[in-house]
Design a protein around this ligand. Structure first.
Ligand code: GLU
Length: 481
């Protein structure tokens, strides 16, 4: 079988992580089966359309390496790939269903519908369309069409019986037709609804496998009535379990942090994010956790998809991101950190020292500017920072040792890491003190911060001679006041 799949996002905002996971699984399944991965933009709901959202979809998928074989901007034999550009295709199909008695014109106005709905609800019934217009005679229908009365076309769902399908993940799904509404297929503006367009498009694009969110699980039987009405072969359905925020709630846009871009802006690596997303709801069957995209392609199978909803665990993602950072070469780290160095105003400093200090400590790049903020601005700090139980230092020992530290460093002919190193350790030896007794106050006096990603020697070099000495002098003056 020539596998053909599609990712069919609606351009209603940024790309949700759940959507990205659907795209990823679809892509992996397709590539594993040497199939074609198609991108289709479902923009028929004009009210929900967000300008720019289509571009975000392209950019995100490309960024993640999920390249489509056919789609709006790359073309293909089954285009157009943007639903609104296919607008004229749907009406003839809807008319075919009308001719077969599987759909019908409906002329009910909003007001009429609202009135009948209110009446039904007043009687405690749940409203579904009452098939009012199904009972119009062909002549009545024609007369209204001729008079230009606005209309929609509705699916004529049987009033009894069962509609069902078999899902790869969820098994047999059946619904009572009596519970199904006669959904609109073609709207008054001539646009198809999702309910109709997904069927026509999947068929006319030759889609063999549909992977999508499980929110469509209960509507799929109804879509299958349409396939049956047309006499079309149905695709294989794989509905995916939702990505959960916790035990009870789906990861939702309203909670924030649900979009791919949220995490990229926070400084997560896209490789780590994609790797982690792959593991929410899928497991490779062994205990491997780290995968590149090609490795995922190799390892992926539908059998590994989980049947129960998986929780998106930010802490786990964070751990994985940190692991990705640790596994970088120094060059890769510096390249990835550079935008954050620039943001932090430290891109001109010693990149080798920065890499050695930060690569083992940064878990998410967004936190880097805050970790190094003291390098660009000396914070106000209290004398208590000179206290270290372990190093046996405090403000008094600092008052005693800082003048010597300052003098030693002032006397240095060259300002290199090894020179500063020898100078400070030499001073400790000369004074018969432990290294820490000298290094601790030196670091505090230059950084003004208790926790720093590197020690006094590195800080001195990062700041440069002039700034390092200036800070030492200022801190000493404060201590002596
Ligand atoms: N446009 C739908 C969505 O964004 C796609 C559903 C499907 O894949 O059929 O949820």
């Amino acid at each position: 079988m020539n596998v053909r799949t599609r990712f069919a996002p609606s351009p209603t905002g940024y790309l949700h992580l759940g959507g990205l996971r659907t795209a990823l699984y679809t892509y992996l399944f397709t590539k594993k089966n040497n199939g074609k991965f198609i991108l289709r933009i479902e923009d028929t709901d004009q009210e929900r359309f967000v300008p720019g959202a289509t571009q975000v979809i392209y950019d995100t998928l490309r960024d993640c390496g999920l390249l489509w074989d056919e789609g709006p901007d790359v073309g293909g034999d089954y285009g157009p790939y943007i639903q609104s550009e296919r607008k004229d295709m749907y009406l003839p199909y809807a008319k075919e269903l009308v001719a077969k008695g599987k759909a019908y014109y409906c002329f009910c106005t909003k007001e009429e519908l609202a009135e009948r709905r209110a009446a039904a609800e007043a009687e405690g019934k749940t409203w579904k369309y009452d098939k009012h217009c199904l009972h119009l005679s062909p002549e009545e229908v024609q007369a209204k069409l001729d008079a230009g009365v606005p209309y929609v076309i509705r699916q004529n769902v049987p009033e009894t019986g069962e509609a069902s399908f078999d899902d790869v993940l969820y098994g047999h799904i059946a619904v009572d037709c009596a519970e199904l509404d006669d959904n609109v297929l073609i709207k008054a503006d001539g646009m198809p609804t999702y309910n109709f367009a997904n069927v026509v498009d999947d068929h006319t694009m030759g889609i063999t496998h549909v992977l999508r969110g499980n929110e469509y699980l209960s509507s799929t039987p109804k879509y299958n009535l349409l396939y049956e009405a047309f006499g079309w072969e149905k695709p294989v359905y794989i509905h995916l379990t939702p990505v959960m925020k916790d035990q009870h709630r789906k990861l939702s846009k309203r909670d924030g942090d649900a979009y791919y871009s949220d995490f990229i802006e926070k400084g997560y690596l896209k490789e780590a994010l994609l790797n982690y997303i792959a593991l929410i709801g899928w497991n490779p069957g062994d205990n491997r956790e780290f995968f590149t995209l090609p490795e995922l392609m190799e390892a992926f199978s539908l059998e590994g998809l989980s049947k129960s909803p998986a929780i998106f665990d930010v802490e786990k993602l964070r751990w994985m991101n940190a692991e990705y950072i640790r596994r970088m070469t120094p060059e890769q780290f510096t390249a990835a950190a550079m935008p954050w160095y620039e943001k932090a105003g430290i891109a001109h400093m010693d990149l080798d020292i920065l890499q050695r200090s930060l690569q083992p400590r940064v878990e998410v790049f967004g936190e880097l500017p805050q970790m190094v903020d003291f390098l660009t601005e000396m914070p106000e700090f209290s004398e208590e920072l000179y206290f270290s139980k372990k190093m046996k230092t405090n403000a008094d020992t600092a008052r005693e040792d800082l003048p010597d530290i300052l003098a030693t460093l002032e006397a240095l002919p060259e300002w290199t890491e090894s020179a500063v190193h020898e100078a400070l350790l030499g001073l400790a030896a000369k004074k018969g003190k432990k290294n820490g007794v000298i290094l601790w106050p030196a670091r505090i006096a230059m950084a003004g911060k208790l926790v720093t990603p590197c020690g006094a020697i590195e800080i001195a070099v990062l700041l440069g001679r002039e700034e390092a000495l200036r800070r030492l002098r200022t801190s000493l003056e404060k201590l002596q006041k």
